[in-house]
Design a binder for this molecule. Structure first.
Ligand code: AMP
Ligand code: MG
Length: 426
């Protein structure tokens, strides 16, 4: 029975729900996009500026726009090995006498090439005065100090004009950019040897749970190795932040309080995993609540339990679910853009693409789903199990498949969104 069919005067029955999203009346689950919009609105860069050599800038964030100190290319130069002259030349056969000498990359040709003459020129050589076009050496026959070739050839043929790539004084890279290997080439080419960067965002990682032992140590009966901390520290490293290991804690409120105090003094943001729900042993949310600065975000996402987001002594704390798959998904979907904002990168969106599904599935409405997936033969394959404790599936996967908030009936061949790990900045 739906509420609008209830006769007047009778109590409205609670809506029927048969999955884990069944909630007391009046409690809403925040859609992923709303949760993200809130983070985007409330966070801003917290990292100070520093100057650094461009060669040390890989993966770092530009604090200011980079202005080209010189044009690229600095001078008009030949794109090929051939012969240079003043163009254009019309259709038909042409014979031009060669001048003495040649223009080669790095060695200037002294003097000008008179009209009606040509000069030997090599790739990368600045075009001498009197030259604006180059004919490819393969298209030329050379005899007795003259070249013969067939036109037409446009003025400017095979010449890269000065500044065609980047003009001197132009903004070559914008503030917020995370420097890539290609950017290092660009910075070199435009004569920039030093850049203004944001200091790296220091992000502390804490695991919580009485059942956890340090990875690599003997886990007794009833204990499991802490899988989240190595994963999250590595994710932070890949994202370009400065990961700080704040350790593994049992479900002990006093110890956690101490760790948060110490962490807040050392880092710009803290990620915890475990204990973020509202149960007896969920000390992260309890403590943040106590500090009066916590929001429990019940985000309509699978996998993911509520996130505990709060400020601890002014430092943002992202309390992630303990389940490793949920911790990874929530890190990539929520913590990554939030940390990017804090780090001065601006807001970042996951970059995915639509590919045909290699499977069929019915999805319920009301929450967004991220499933471990990979692409084979151009089709998206999900991991065999949606079980969110299956760490091996994270390792098997090459990214996540995103199914939108609404109801969906995916048939084999239908387009589905696939976001490779690289699309999340990993
Ligand atoms: P919690 O969010 O603390 O209720 O934990 C949810 C599930 O994730 C439990 O089965 C925990 O044992 C597991 N878990 C929590 N933290 C970790 C961790 N760091 N490594 C591996 N599993 C974890
Ligand atoms: Mg726990």
């Amino acid at each position: 029975m739906t509420p609008d069919t209830v006769p007047p005067g009778l109590p409205v029955p609670p809506p029927l729900r048969n999955d884990c999203f069944s909630l007391p009346a009046g409690v809403d689950w925040t859609p992923v996009d709303e949760a993200l919009a809130l983070l985007r609105e409330r966070l801003h860069p917290v990292c100070a500026f520093e100057r650094a050599p461009a060669t040390a800038a890989l993966g770092r964030v530009l604090a200011e726009d980079v202005i080209a100190r010189r044009a690229h290319p600095p001078r008009s130069n030949s794109a090929v090995d051939g012969y240079g002259f003043a163009g254009p030349v019309p259709e038909g056969a042409h014979v031009l006498p060669l001048v003495e000498g040649r223009a080669a990359a790095g060695g200037d040709f002294a003097g000008a090439v008179p009209a009606g003459h040509a000069v030997r020129i090599l790739t990368g050589a600045a075009v001498p005065e009197g030259v604006d076009s180059v004919v490819l050496e393969e298209d030329v026959s050379l005899q007795g100090g003259q070249i013969a070739f067939r036109g037409p050839l446009k003025a400017g043929a095979n010449v890269r004009p000065a500044g065609e790539d980047v003009a001197a004084g132009a903004v070559a890279l914008s503030a917020g950019r995370q420097i890539t290997p290609s950017d290092l080439a660009l910075l070199a080419a435009i004569g920039v040897g030093e850049v203004t960067l944001r200091k790296r965002l220091r992000v502390g990682v804490i695991s919580t749970g009485d059942e956890l032992v340090e990875a690599g140590t003997d886990a007794g009966v009833g204990k499991i190795p802490d899988a989240n901390r190595p994963m999250l520290l590595a994710v932070l490293e890949r994202l370009g932040h400065d990961p700080v290991d704040l350790g593994l804690l049992g479900d002990d409120r006093a110890l956690l309080r101490e760790a948060l105090d110490e962490g807040a003094a050392r880092v710009d943001a803290i990620i915890t995993s475990g204990g973020a729900s509202a149960g007896d042993e969920d000390h992260v949310s309890a403590l943040l609540n106590e500090a009066g600065a916590m929001q429990q975000w019940r985000v309509a996402i699978k996998p993911g339990r509520p996130l505990a987001l709060g400020l601890w002594q002014g430092v943002p704390v992202f309390g992630l679910p303990g389940n490793p798959v949920a911790a990874m998904v929530c890190t990539l979907v929520f913590a990554r853009p939030a940390l990017a904002l804090l780090a001065g990168m601006g807001w970042v969106e996951p970059q995915g693409f639509d590919l045909p599904a290699g499977f069929g599935k019915r999805k319920k409405p009301g929450r967004r789903e991220f499933q471990r997936a990979r692409v084979r033969d151009g089709r998206v394959e999900p991991f065999a199990s949606e079980g969110s404790g299956r760490i091996s599936g994270l390792s098997w996967a090459e990214g996540l498949m995103e199914l939108g908030d609404g109801e969906r009936h995916v048939r084999p061949g239908d387009p589905v969104r696939f976001i490779p790990w690289g699309g999340f900045g990993l």
